[in-house]
Design a protein around this ligand. Structure first.
Ligand code: MRU
Length: 345
């Protein structure tokens, strides 16, 4: 099974008391890791998309708490540190509101912290660091399983359309939407990938095309508006996308533009799969209408990088994500298998 290390990068590299984060805002031009030993800098890194993609944000959030626990004085009591972690957890959860993995990872770290009933502060800090590492490791394993289940849906020579980046750059492993493609490739099936560029921040062009081409996968880039024409020409066998949050009824929040692709796939009778681990399913939210959608800065729409591409002061609509209703989803590819057209149990 292909591991993320085989792709030559990690989204996050933990070191004693600090983390190095691969700065995805610099890709594809520069492969640069930024080093952080202050949880507030990790929050900033999440907000400015140095690390992004729902599962990778969850990994970063786990380490934000572990790094926070490591910082500060040695003569603090365990109970005091537990209270501090609770108080700063809200700030971490608010870094990006849509990806459920973020709050999921923070809650898991807090539950673990509360279970500690010793009084050795050094041991407590290591115990939390190990929990963040477990979240990372488990995410890698979930990606591998999603890859295995998803690859079984793919045939040699298939063409897969994807939107945004739900690959190794978005997770602790080989990705969610891209995992079936990497796994199928390892099994000798040649898959052709069509990657939407994904305006406004171009995760498809900058990240998906980068990681797939590095891995030797056949990838073709297209502007977002071209996906319907590709389908009309009969050139797409299936669509696989990731998810930031999935409501109890199966409605999916994912990168803005995903809904358009789902509607087009439905129009053309093309299977539309959502690949995501269980940490992305939020049973506390009944339908997609209740999923909080992050709004981004208008600058991301009116500019490409620093270059203005629209008149000054124009009105802008800039949601980061949209909702795809569950009836447009053919199946959910999870670490437990593929579940059809409704949220997995
Ligand atoms: O704004 P981003 O880059 O964090 O958006 C990422 C996506 O929408 C991904 O498709 C989603 O998080 C799934 S990642 C496995």
């Amino acid at each position: 099974m292909m591991k993320q290390q085989d792709l030559g990068f990690r989204v996050l590299v933990p070191e004693a008391g600090r983390v190095k984060i691969l700065d995805q805002t610099r890709l594809p031009g520069d492969v640069v890791y930024n080093e952080y030993d202050d949880y507030r800098d990790i929050i900033t890194a999440i907000k400015r998309l140095e690390i992004r993609g729902a599962p990778a944000i969850g990994v970063a959030a786990g380490y934000a708490l572990a790094v926070a626990a490591n910082a500060g004085v040695d003569n603090i009591m365990v109970g005091q540190l537990q209270a501090i972690l609770h108080s700063l957890s809200v700030e971490i959860k608010n870094a990006r509101p849509t990806a459920s993995n973020l709050a999921w990872a923070v809650d898991r770290m807090l539950e673990k912290a509360d279970l500690y009933d010793g009084d050795d502060i050094a041991q407590f800090r290591k115990y939390l660091w190990d929990e963040a590492a477990a979240i990372y490791r488990e995410d890698e394993q979930m990606c591998a399983l999603i890859g295995r289940h998803g690859a079984a849906l793919l045939h040699d020579g298939d063409a897969v359309l994807t939107h945004c980046n739900a690959g190794a750059l978005a997770t602790g492993g080989i990705g969610t939407a891209l995992a079936p493609i990497y796994t199928a490739d390892c099994k000798g099936k040649k898959i052709k990938v069509f990657a939407d560029e994904t305006r406004p921040l171009l995760q498809g062009a900058r990240l998906t095309a980068w990681e797939l081409s590095r891995a030797g996968i056949d990838v073709t880039l297209l502007v977002d508006g071209a996906s319907g024409e590709l389908m009309r020409r009969g050139l797409i066998d299936c669509v696989i996308v990731g998810a930031d949050r999935i409501a109890k009824n199966g409605d999916v929040a994912n990168k803005i533009g995903t809904y358009n692709v789902a509607v087009q796939a439905n129009r053309h009778g093309i299977p539309f799969y959502v690949a995501a681990p269980y940490s992305t399913f939020d049973d506390a939210i009944e339908t997609g209408a209740d999923i909080p959608i992050e709004m981004r800065s208008p600058d991301e729409v009116t500019h490409i990088g620093d270059m203005p591409i629209a008149p000054d002061g124009v009105n802008v609509f800039a949601p980061a994500f949209d909702i795809t209703p569950h009836e447009l989803v053919t199946g959910y590819i999870t670490e437990k298998g593929v579940k059809n057209n409704t949220a997995p149990e």
